[in-house]
Design a protein around this ligand. Structure first.
Ligand SMILES: Cc1cc2nc3c(=O)[nH]c(=O)nc-3n(C[C@H](O)[C@H](O)[C@H](O)COP(=O)(O)O)c2cc1C
Length: 462
């Protein structure tokens, strides 16, 4: 048995009990034994340890609060809507990252239409229906998700937070939410899947969350096929082919920033000479990397993509009812109605408008494939509006980019909690307790329908 030898010495050594203890003679009280020695040591160290713990805690919290105040980062609990993260992220992000995430095509019309159109629809609530229990789960392409919403693909998440995509999926997995991973991700797709699986293990494999992969088809078919094989080998559940990017949209804010940077650097650069590091991605800064996205892609290409992949296939970026008909004919399992968050074609229809178009002119589509929507959804009520009109689930983009930027994985969790709570509150007051009770007549779409496309009589191929 051993006790401490040098009580007042920080370099602690051990010595057998019974050996002479120099420096102990002045100690008052009974003859020292092992227990009293121990108590003596504790009595000497305890006040000092307590003081040091309080001191370091004080320093730590002071620094944290100072940093938060300095960066204008409010406490996470002060974010009560999904749009709150945007304000915080603006203060945290480097200008280039902020411009990348917030920018949209041309004057921004496609993005503002996305945002505004959700307010053109009202609910038609029903009363006195039992809504004590709530079920917000949804089956997405054969897999249960805790919620009828998921994170839409966003490239280069390393510009949002150093933890990038792995951190995003950790937050999403903890909440049981699905995530779509972009071809243009900062981290390799295998590393992102590892983070998801690791988080699953930590949760005892209880989370229904899974990962899908968004595909930009590169010009080189050999590279395209090997990418699809990598995605398959890594265990992604579904493949979402982006079809709205025959070329990269003109992102005005990115262009201004890039032009200024070039001028500052004394470089006069030809737009077409700019290359990024990740040649699977549109360049960070709004210029397309040559070869990264195939403008020659056609409906016929779906055959080789489908046979190479062999799992559920979704087309991301459909914007008209005619293309929905073609998608059904080509036998894909899902379509995502999207204008890429307003980043691609200028003056696009909002994704909600496209959804209404399908509900009006081709409602059979909802029985033939799963219909998803993304663009401008910022509230659980928006999610419900889409579901009433027949969407299986919806994607959410920027709020998660901003939440990750400001608060890391905790931000992702909080953003999910906010939208999930709004969803439940609205369901209760709408008079439904599960998502399969939602019906088109629970929303009034008259205002939006006024602006909806109408076939020119006699000329329609519908
Ligand atoms: C920063 C950012 C990066 C994006 N990167 C991709 C991408 O790599 N591939 C893709 O198909 N869509 C991409 N999108 C579009 C999103 O998948 C989604 O369609 C859009 O963000 C939904 O609109 P919301 O941001 O208003 O929710 C990106 C959007 C943003 C904001």
């Amino acid at each position: 048995m051993y006790i401490f030898k040098n009580y007042n010495n920080s370099a602690i050594a051990f010595t057998p009990i019974g050996h002479s203890r120099a420096g102990m003679n002045s100690r008052p009280g009974p003859t020292p034994g092992p227990l009293s020695d121990l108590l003596y040591v504790i009595s000497l160290h305890l006040p000092c340890s307590l003081f040091l713990s309080f001191f370091f805690c004080f320093i730590f919290y002071t620094i944290t609060i100072f940093r938060m105040a300095n960066n204008n980062i409010p406490h996470l609990s002060l974010c009560v809507t999904a749009t709150d993260f945007e304000k915080v992220a603006k203060n945290v992000l480097a200008e280039k990252s902020w411009v990348y995430a917030s920018s949209s095509a041309a004057t921004g019309l496609s993005m503002t239409t996305n945002l505004d159109d959700w307010s053109l629809i009202n609910f038609r609530p029903r009363i006195l229906r039992s809504v004590d229990s709530m079920d917000t789960r949804r089956n997405i392409l054969g897999h249960t998700s805790q919620f009828p919403f998921f994170v839409s693909a966003m490239g280069t998440l390393g510009s949002s937070h150093p933890g990038a995509e792995p951190l995003l999926v950790r937050g999403a997995t903890r909440k049981g939410m699905h995530t779509m991973i972009s071809t243009a991700s900062t981290k390799p797709l295998e590393e992102i899947m590892d983070a998801h699986l690791d988080e699953q293990r930590l949760l005892g494999n209880q989370s229904p969350s899974n990962l899908s992969f968004q595909l930009y088809v590169p010009v080189d078919r050999t590279r395209a096929k090997s990418l699809v094989q990598r995605v398959k080998a890594a265990g992604y559940q579904s493949l979402w082919v982006t079809v709205d990017t025959s070329t990269l949209g003109k992102r005005t804010a990115d262009r201004y920033l890039q032009a200024q940077e070039n001028l500052d650097a004394g470089v006069v650069q030809n737009a077409r000479d700019i290359h990024g590091e990740n040649d699977f991605a549109p360049a960070f800064g709004g210029r397309q990397v040559p070869g990264s996205v195939d403008g020659g892609l056609t409906w016929e290409d779906l055959d080789w993509i489908s046979s190479e992949w062999g799992g559920p296939l979704v087309l991301k970026g459909i914007q008209s009812v005619e293309d929905v008909k073609l998608a059904v004919q080509h036998g894909v399992q899902g379509i995502l109605l999207s204008n890429h968050g307003g980043r691609q074609i200028h003056s696009a229809p909002s994704s909600l408008m496209t959804l209404l178009e399908i509900r009006t002119y081709y409602p059979e589509a909802f029985d033939k494939l799963q219909v998803f929507v993304d663009g401008g959804l910022r509230d659980g009520a928006d999610v419900l509006k889409a579901l009433c009109l027949g969407a299986t689930a919806v994607g959410i983009g920027r709020p998660y980019y901003y939440a990750l930027a400001a608060y890391g994985a905790e931000g992702v969790e909080r953003c999910t909690d906010i939208i999930a709570e709004e969803l439940e509150i609205t369901m209760k007051m709408l008079g439904v307790s599960s998502l399969d009770q939602l019906r088109p007549d629970m929303v009034n779409t008259s205002r939006l329908a006024n602006e909806m496309w109408r076939p020119v009589s006699g000329n329609s191929k519908l």
